[in-house]
Design a protein. Structure first.
Length: 95
């Protein structure tokens, strides 16, 4: 099951017509890192959140319902990242 974090990143990436490699470049992150984040293989760190927020807030093509400013992106992604970490922890305990 995908996390809210990966769903938001993927939705906004696809809306902009970016590949994972392009999102990684714009985020100043390695492409494998971004791939692991959108595939829920890795939970996001603050560095990931900051890079993704920078890329997604800097573009002129914004979705009507999405955050606009860097600060709004950081707030949203931090919340979703914390939720993803809680879910990953719960899944590890259950197995």
């Amino acid at each position: 099951m995908s996390s809210g974090f990966s769903n938001v990143i993927e939705r906004h990436r696809k809306y902009r017509g970016w590949s994972i490699a392009e999102l990684a470049r714009r985020s100043n992150l390695a492409q494998p890192e971004v791939s692991r984040l959108v595939n829920d293989v890795r939970t996001p760190t603050l560095r990931h959140v900051q890079g993704l927020a920078e890329a997604l807030s800097a573009t002129t093509k914004k979705q009507p319902e999405g955050p606009e400013s860097y600060d709004e992106w950081v707030a949203l992604l931090v919340d979703l990242g914390q939720e993803a970490r809680r879910s990953a922890r719960a899944a590890r305990k259950a197995s």
